[in-house]
Design a protein around this ligand. Structure first.
Ligand code: SF4
Length: 75
């Protein structure tokens, strides 16, 4: 398993994470920030646990994120 985390308040809505991992990210029409699908929020950090199949795409999202608010960790 891996965990993906997003510090959502700092998102600038560039869409790169959605392009890199479209099954795990989408853009919110409400506030223009990206949404980490199925994630739960705690103190501003949104986190979801998924299988390793999603590792490569989400590592790419983390690399591409211009404000570096995405982290991916292998458990
Ligand atoms: S790549 Fe980063 S800044 Fe861009 S939409 Fe995704 S989380 Fe937000």
């Amino acid at each position: 398993m891996i965990t993906i985390t997003q510090q959502r308040a700092r998102c600038i809505g560039c869409n790169y994470c959605v392009e890199a991992a479209p099954h795990r990210w989408r853009m919110s029409k409400r506030d223009g920030r990206s949404v980490l699908i199925d994630a739960k929020e705690r103190r501003g950090f949104w986190t979801v646990k998924v299988t390793e199949e999603e590792l490569a795409a989400n590592e790419k999202a983390a690399q591409l994120c211009p404000v570096k608010i995405i982290t991916v960790k292998q458990l």
